[in-house]
Ligand binder design. Structure first.
Ligand SMILES: Cc1cc2nc3c(=O)[nH]c(=O)nc-3n(C[C@H](O)[C@H](O)[C@H](O)COP(=O)(O)OP(=O)(O)OC[C@H]3O[C@@H](n4cnc5c(N)ncnc54)[C@H](O)[C@@H]3O)c2cc1C
Length: 498
């Protein structure tokens, strides 16, 4: 429950602007507010070293659009029937053109990451050629852009309280202004005063299975390859003070990945990567032991074409990757190189070169025949045998008549045979509290909740289709908008209440 009085008697910390969450959006909001003269405090749930959220383990690309008019056209087309109000689109488009200039002005080194048309996710949509992807620094490497973001905060006198999750917003009971944040620190509650405003930048609900069941289409569960600390806290906090929600059913997923209880985040299987050719036969089946998709299709951040529309990839759970000895012995099924992803960069799980350790752990199951394998993983043996036979006949004929797959058309013939259970996985959610063109969080009637702002993937602008690098780009754009508007508020303890 939100605090239902006026200001608490005692404040443990005081700042002009309190930012909840230290990822890209938190960086942009806090640095912007700081540069405008505000005293800024960041509350971060994770311990130091695991802060940075999805930003820390992302592919490190961010969008800088080359034309605001084209960016308006492109985002409008990406949203399609899930329209976003024009003023929000407009301000997003204008700010997205300024990301490089802003970072350069702070000492960053924006480098074009992929040269168009590479990396334009929907090249046929109007305005698509505005897309330009950047990262920081002369050479590309993991966490590169994040290292710049982290430095920009650390070289300023911006306090960061780690292991201090924001829990509730403190709202004045009559004016409805947000006065501060209740947080948990060292097993006790603290009250953090925000004299001007609060900016929520605490990411999405990638690790909140109840929200996933309630809001994401078609998945009874889903696991992240990003930060385990993003649990939808900002959504709960904002709802408790009257916020509307938007884009809750949109996310950068699903893909299919291995998830095991011992590791917090998911493992993507190399054999399923688009364009990656590996020896041996491999298919994916659903609980009915039948295939349901082109396993090697390059989805558009989880969306696939269905009857002339883009829809989330169907993921009938549980799913199983079925493969043969040739693929098993071709090398590790998982690429542990720390390029991006929480499992690679933070968990650093050391997958065995010959997959033997994971076989021993039971993450990979093995049997001498397809029907025995089916029994092991509780699939119908006769159906799985029929599915494999059908797949093998497609490979012999050079054409997948069921799903149109074109890559790795190799039969499953060399026993023993193997199965890995796959779960839906994602990069990030897009939904959260609805925001307006000033970055203010609004109620269902559109009225802003006074002194409450947001930025980043917590209620991002992306309602339907997504352009890669758009999330970090938007963190920068709305982080600046919300940071400067929060910093411009008159301190409530100077003006008092009615
Ligand atoms: C593997 C991967 C690759 C990706 N690649 C790209 C890419 O190349 N380009 C791109 O644009 N997007 C990419 N994305 C998506 C992008 O990383 C995120 O959408 C974006 O970084 C979100 O930034 P953010 O600041 O909103 O949230 P985050 O970076 O997730 O930061 C949120 C922070 O809030 C903290 N937090 C959570 N709850 C609380 C609380 N209650 N109180 C205080 N703190 C809290 C978290 O610990 C975290 O530090 C990728 C995502 C993944 C997982």
């Amino acid at each position: 429950m939100p605090y239902r009085g006026s200001a608490p008697d005692k404040w443990d910390y005081v700042a002009d602007v309190v930012v909840v969450g230290f990822g890209a959006a938190g960086m942009a909001a806090s640095v912007t507010a700081y540069e405008l003269g505000a005293n800024v405090l960041i509350l971060e749930k994770a311990p130091e070293g695991e802060h940075g959220g999805n930003t820390r383990v992302a592919g490190q690309g961010y969008l800088n659009t080359s034309s605001a008019d084209k960016a308006v056209a492109y985002l409008t087309a990406l949203c399609g029937p899930y329209a976003v109000p024009d003023p929000v689109v407009q301000v997003w488009a204008e700010e997205m053109c300024r990301n490089n200039d802003w970072l350069r002005s702070l000492g960053g080194d924006p480098q074009e990451h992929q040269h168009p048309p590479v990396g334009i996710e929907f090249p046929d949509l109007p305005g698509a050629d505005c897309v330009h992807k950047f990262h920081d620094g002369p050479t590309y490497g993991y966490s590169l852009t994040w290292k710049l973001f982290e430095r920009l905060v650390k070289e300023r006198t911006i306090s960061v309280l780690y292991e201090t999750p924001g829990k509730e917003l403190i709202q004045h009971d009559t004016t409805k202004e947000i006065l501060g944040v209740r947080a948990s620190r060292n097993d006790r509650w603290i009250n953090v005063k925000a004299r001007c405003g609060v900016v929520l930048t605490c990411g999405g609900f990638e690790n909140n299975q109840e929200m996933i069941r309630n809001y994401l289409p078609g998945v009874p569960y889903c696991y992240t390859s990003g930060s385990p600390y993003n649990e939808g806290d900002g959504i709960t906090m904002a709802m408790s003070v009257g916020a509307d929600l938007w884009h809750m059913n949109n996310y950068a997923g699903p893909s299919m990945a291995l998830k095991v209880p011992e590791v917090r985040t998911s493992f993507s299987m190399q054999a399923l990567h688009f364009g990656k050719q590996m020896p041996g036969g491999m298919i994916v089946v659903g609980p009915d032991a039948r295939r349901f998709t082109d396993e090697k299709f390059k989805t558009r951040h989880g969306k696939v074409p269905v009857n002339g529309r883009w829809l989330p990839l169907s993921t009938p759970c549980p799913m199983f990757m079925i493969f043969d000895q040739s693929l098993f012995s071709a090398g590790p099924l998982y690429d542990k190189h720390p390029s991006h992803g929480w499992t690679q960069i933070i968990e650093r799980y050391d997958w065995s070169d010959d997959n033997s350790v994971e076989l021993e752990k039971g993450w990979i199951r093995r049997a001498d025949s397809i029907s025995a394998l089916a029994s092991l993983v509780e699939l119908d043996p006769a159906t799985l045998e029929e599915t494999v036979k059908r797949w093998n006949s497609f490979c012999d004929g050079g054409r997948d008549d069921d799903c149109g797959r074109k890559l790795m058309l190799a039969p499953i013939v060399n026993g023993p045979f193997y199965a890995v259970e796959l779960s839906p996985s994602m990069l990030n959610t897009q939904g959260g509290p609805r925001r307006n063109e000033k970055g203010q969080i609004v109620r269902p009637d559109g009225a802003p909740i006074p002194r409450l702002y947001s930025a980043g993937e917590l209620g991002s602008i992306y309602s339907y289709l997504y352009q890669g690098t758009g999330n970090i780009g938007e963190c920068l754009a709305f982080g600046r908008i919300s940071g400067r508007n929060a910093a411009a508020e008159q301190p409530w303890d100077a003006v008092g209440f009615d």
